[in-house]
Design a binder for this molecule. Structure first.
Ligand SMILES: C[S@@+](CC[C@H](N)C(=O)[O-])C[C@H]1O[C@@H](n2cnc3c(N)ncnc32)[C@H](O)[C@@H]1O
Length: 225
């Protein structure tokens, strides 16, 4: 039996809405790293092999971002709450090599339990919205505490007009609330996406997403935005 054409497959976000992460990883297989991550890596510039910078990938999933950080010479702590995602992550060639070299640590933990060590970059691609709203402030405090002046955050937050606000249990922020998280940061990129998806039927969704790259300010940069 031949398989249906690719556009007949339900989109990955339909699996994410159900928090069916295995189906999500299957549908996202082969996708490149997120643009917020590559933008942040570009902003850091070339990496000195003698002193590799350190990143935490929060909600790394099956490792599409982690692998690119490693390929660019970074050390990485890859975190996720799903064992199957982390199993797939470990099997990526860049990750398997980095594990053998000691450049990759993999942590299986819920957002509520993760300890975030000081890092040059905390990356959280499409993962923070899945932190329950009552646990989000503590998680954000841990992210912020891990970032010293000059360090960066990259990732996504969901806005209050995002349709999944009706699902319950996810973190949605107004634009003002999202911006407020970054009062001590220079916003290198803050792109607001507020649009209906092109999908029909149950897969249709109104997206309201903030795509963010931000650098923690030093005190001498107060006022820079
Ligand atoms: C939409 S996927 C994003 C994965 C990957 N960062 C990417 O860009 O494709 C969300 C990820 O968050 C993880 N996640 C969801 N809820 C979590 C929780 N409470 N604690 C830890 N990880 C969680 C899921 O296992 C999943 O890998």
């Amino acid at each position: 039996m031949s398989s249906p054409p690719p556009d007949a497959q339900p989109p990955a976000h339909e699996a994410a809405a159900r928090r069916d992460w295995v189906a999500y990883f299957d549908r996202m297989a082969g996708k490149p790293a997120r643009e917020t991550l590559t933008g942040a890596l570009d902003a850091f510039g070339a990496v000195a092999p003698s002193a590799p910078p350190f990143a935490v990938d929060l909600g790394a999933g099956d490792g599409r971002d982690t692998a690119v950080m490693l390929e660019r010479g970074w050390r990485v702590l890859a975190h996720d709450g799903h064992a199957e995602g982390l199993r797939r992550l470990r099997h990526r060639p860049a990750c398997a090599a980095a594990l053998a070299e000691g450049r990759l640590e993999v942590v299986h933990a819920d957002f509520a339990d993760i300890e975030i060590p000081p890092a040059n970059l905390v990356n959280a691609s499409f993962s923070l919205p899945f932190c329950p709203p009552d646990a989000f402030p503590a998680l954000w405090r841990k992210i912020d505490a891990a970032l010293a002046p000059g360090a960066r955050f990259s990732g996504q937050l969901f806005g209050d007009r995002d349709e999944w606000i009706n699902l319950g249990g996810l973190t949605h922020l107004t634009r003002a609330q999202a911006l407020d998280l970054f009062s001590d940061y220079v916003l290198e990129s803050f792109r607001e996406e507020d649009r209906p998806s092109t999908h029909k039927g149950e897969a249709h969704k109104h997206w309201h997403t903030f795509h963010i790259i931000a650098r923690k300010r030093s005190e001498s940069q107060t006022g820079e935005r």
